[in-house]
Ligand binder design. Structure first.
Ligand SMILES: Nc1ncnc2c1ncn2[C@@H]1O[C@H](COP(=O)(O)OP(=O)(O)OP(=O)(O)O)[C@@H](O)[C@H]1O
Ligand SMILES: [Mg+2]
Length: 358
């Protein structure tokens, strides 16, 4: 007896999406099933191209479909459709998810983590924008090698610059570098509002927003202006940084901004010659804090000379191509975990779509 599509769908309904905790059929992730004698082809649509669970899903699908009598080959074709945070379209047309990258303390690596996140997601195939909302000390233009650039204006909209495959907007494009910008609260509010309403971001899966340190006017304005998907908290392992990170986290919670998780930057140092890992600042503090606060731990990024040098030179791609494999893996692991948290957040608010099988 030949294998039927119904049998395959039934088998697929036994496969759980490991993080969304529902089966692939219910989640409308199965876009097509084709059967040709013993050969089964399944099209699976992920909720992010940066899905950390792809290998597990692949293994589970192969196992379940292979249980059907008569199946001798399972082929999977992947696609991705990033889900949108509800209401986002009303405020930022085209932007599916706005993610704030914040911290309590200065210098812990918010801008670095913002750049790595944006580029990591782009390299996985997502459409990404990066908004430098650090109006006091914008560092994104330098980190991306865009210091001499100026955005253009079309139809009264500011067009973000394009760099390394991501769209970028920064106060640093508007004011001369090294000229200290002194802003009062209402002016900060105006500038952030302008960035949100007058920049033509186009279609984006993720807009990463790099924040200034602390719990001041910028996060407040953002939280009041747009329905963000959530905030990523960056900290280093030292107690003082953790203490400030918790303060920032509480502020977001008070502003009703969802916490996507916490990432530990400069977590450890890996000696390039021996591979030995040194816990310079007491690695693991952020993970413990995440457990205590019951928020997701997104990952840890080592202190690495390539990360610092590429930030100074404006060559962020090197972090994904030149730096050592262990560091690259650590970066991609946190990027994928963050993407998964975005999918989880969105799936909690959305009813499954209608199932269509052709
Ligand atoms: N994992 C890392 N390894 C090596 N250097 C790092 C790492 N993370 C950040 N740095 C370096 O530390 C410095 C501060 O980082 P960054 O500017 O990203 O911090 P920040 O939190 O955005 O600072 P600010 O509060 O001023 O906005 C930069 O020189 C950056 O290159
Ligand atoms: Mg910064």
């Amino acid at each position: 007896m030949s294998v039927t599509k119904e049998q395959v769908l039934k088998a697929l309904s036994n496969v759980q999406e490991p993080e969304l905790h529902k089966d692939l059929v219910t989640l409308n992730m199965i876009k097509n099933v084709a059967v040709c004698e013993g050969h089964v082809k399944v099209n699976i649509e992920l909720t992010t191209p940066a899905c950390p669970m792809k290998d597990q899903i692949k293994g589970d699908v192969e196992r379940e479909v292979n249980k059907i009598d008569g199946v001798n080959e399972v082929e999977i074709e992947w696609s991705a459709n990033v889900r949108q945070t509800p209401q986002s379209r009303m405020f930022l047309p085209g932007v599916k998810n706005a993610i704030a990258v914040g911290a309590g303390k200065g210098g812990v690596g918010k801008s670095t983590i913002s750049v790595l996140t944006a580029l990591g997601l782009q390299r996985e195939g997502a459409k990404v924008g990066l908004m430098d909302a650090d109006v006091y000390g914008p560092s994104i233009p330098k980190m991306l090698g865009l210091e001499a650039e100026k955005p253009s204006v079309r139809d009264e909209k500011i067009l973000p610059l394009e760099a390394h495959g991501i769209r970028v907007m920064s106060m640093g494009f508007m004011v001369e570098p090294e000229k200290a910008v002194v802003w009062r609260g209402p002016m900060v509010h105006g500038v952030v509002q302008q960035f949100l309403s007058q920049v033509d971001w186009g279609e984006l899966d993720y807009l990463i927003i790099d924040l200034p340190p602390g719990t001041g006017d910028v996060p407040l304005t953002l939280a009041q202006s747009i329905p963000m998907t959530g905030a990523l908290i960056v900290c280093t392992p030292q107690d003082v940084a953790l203490l400030d990170a918790v303060k920032a986290l509480r502020m977001y919670q008070q502003l009703n901004v969802h916490i996507l998780g916490i990432v530990e930057n400069m977590s450890y140092f890996r000696a390039p010659d021996t591979g030995h890992e040194y816990d310079l600042f007491g690695r693991g503090g952020a993970k413990k804090a995440a457990e205590r606060l019951d928020i997701p731990f997104i990952g840890e990024v080592p202190i690495n000379i390539d990360i610092r040098v590429s930030g100074d030179k404006g060559t962020p791609v090197e972090n994904f191509e030149k730096t050592d494999e262990a560091t690259r893996e650590a970066i991609m692991s946190f990027v994928r975990n963050l993407a998964a948290q975005v999918s989880i957040k969105n799936s909690q608010q959305q009813a499954p779509l209608e199932l269509k099988i052709t």
